[in-house]
Write a protein that binds this ligand. Structure first.
Ligand SMILES: *Cc1c(COP(=O)(O)O)cnc(C)c1O
Length: 413
């Protein structure tokens, strides 16, 4: 469910015609619906009902301050993967005490900053990282609260680039080594076991891998408790998928039922790390048609957004629905919608039936709220897009379009 709706033939975000935003701010521009974000957060939280849980929004899905601020205001915590993300959370007014820190390559500086800030949990991904965290804890005279991220060796059945829970993956520690590491941690003065963690992948569209992984992990949690490890938190990761075209991911209610059934005997306080499920369908990318181009083989439509603005199609062969901002009639032809970037992979929509647009016409790439702006780059020396937050009939620019001078900030010729 989202609040991008047609009114009198014009696509709106809540009460605002997207054409008005494109005309005022230019394109490419990301537009977010605060009502959709709020709704998604509440639906996920309500699905877990009275079960003790904390939603730690996965910041890497979209780290824009206005989005972090909105979710912090709803009581959300955060799942971070770098010191930069911690700084963003704090800049947005987020609570470090509700923040968990994952990632296979945390530096000592990042660990120190996070421990000093008082984060809830370090999700530790290797034996050597545990020793490094211990050293940081002793140096700061604190015990760093940690959970081991275990790798349950479950196939998430998603795109191989976003699958993280297989034995061959770089993430987490092998399931079989977890008990020995918690035993080792008892001897360390700079860390304190506080939970257990897993995350098997992203854009999950089936419940069965979640059930399989969490059944294993919940069993381990109970075993560790029995051995006297003072665990309180079971972090079940994120990954709940969304509908881009015809996927049918579990509803938040079904997802919650699966998680709760698998973990009910643990008595743990659950930590959830949704990213995409909260922001994916809460954002669109506006773009304007530059040219049409006909070759003997194909119709091309060249737009002003490229793979530097929205990387997912080039990186994951991902599908984003494409909607005209003003409804159009006519006969559809099959087109490739391409960006200006000098790469053959800069195709935003492949073999789509589309009424051939005129130069200047406006479109929205739908479901672009997650892994859109947070993956945007300056490749081809293209300034990154502006971002707009809509709230009812009001809207505001929450990130200015990068200026040309921003492209060489910090450089010396
Ligand atoms: C990326 C990530 C998430 C969020 O994944 P989504 O598919 O966006 O929900 C959660 N936890 C960890 C550790 C991650 O790396």
């Amino acid at each position: 469910m989202n609040h991008f709706v047609w009114r009198k033939g014009v696509l709106h975000a809540e009460g605002v015609p997207l054409t008005a935003i494109a005309d005022a701010v230019g394109t490419p521009t990301y537009v977010y619906s605060s009502a959709t974000l709020t709704r998604h957060f509440r639906v996920v939280s309500e699905a877990f009902g009275g079960a003790p849980h904390l939603i730690c929004y996965s910041v890497k899905a979209n780290s824009t301050l206005a989005i972090l601020r909105l979710l912090a205001g709803l009581g959300g915590g955060f799942d971070i993967v770098s010191g930069g993300e911690l700084a963003r959370v704090r800049q947005a007014g987020g609570d470090a005490g509700k923040t968990v820190f994952a990632g296979v390559g945390k530096t000592q500086e990042e660990m120190e900053a996070a421990l000093a800030a008082g984060i809830l949990l370090f999700n530790v991904e290797s034996a050597e990282e545990l020793e490094a965290l211990d050293a940081v804890g002793r140096r700061l005279g604190r015990r760093a609260p940690f959970a081991l991220r275990v790798n349950p060796d479950v196939d998430a059945r998603t795109h191989r680039y976003i699958s993280t829970g297989l034995k061959t993956s770089k993430f987490g520690v092998p399931f079989e080594e977890a008990v020995a590491l918690y035993t080792r941690a008892k001897k360390l003065k700079g860390v304190r076991a506080a939970g257990l963690d897993c995350h098997i992948g992203s854009q999950l569209t089936q419940s069965s891998p979640v059930r399989a992984a969490l059944t294993k992990v919940a069993g381990l949690y109970s075993e560790l408790k029995t051995q006297g490890h003072p665990l309180a938190y079971l972090d079940v990761g994120g990954g709940l998928g969304i509908t881009y075209s015809d996927e049918t991911p579990p509803s938040p209610e079904e997802y919650a039922r699966t998680v709760l059934a698998a973990t009910k005997d643990t008595g743990a306080h659950l930590i959830l790390e949704p990213g995409r499920a909260l922001v994916g369908n809460a954002g669109v990318l506006l773009t304007r048609v530059l040219y049409r181009k006909r070759t003997p083989a194909k119709h091309f439509v060249v737009v002003d957004a490229g793979m530097n603005d929205l990387l997912r199609p080039a990186l994951y062969e991902a599908h984003h629905a494409m909607q005209p901002l003003v409804k159009r009639r006519g006969k559809a032809v099959e087109v490739d919608v391409v960006g200006p970037v000098c790469e053959s992979t800069d195709v935003l929509a492949k073999a789509r039936p589309l009424v051939l647009p005129q130069a200047g016409e406006l479109f929205a790439f739908m479901s672009a709220g997650a892994y859109g702006m947070s993956m945007a780059s300056n490749y081809n020396s293209r300034p990154r897009p502006a971002e707009v937050m809509v709230d009812g009939d009001a809207w505001r620019v929450v990130r200015e379009r990068e200026r040309i001078e921003d492209l060489w900030r910090g450089e010396r010729a």
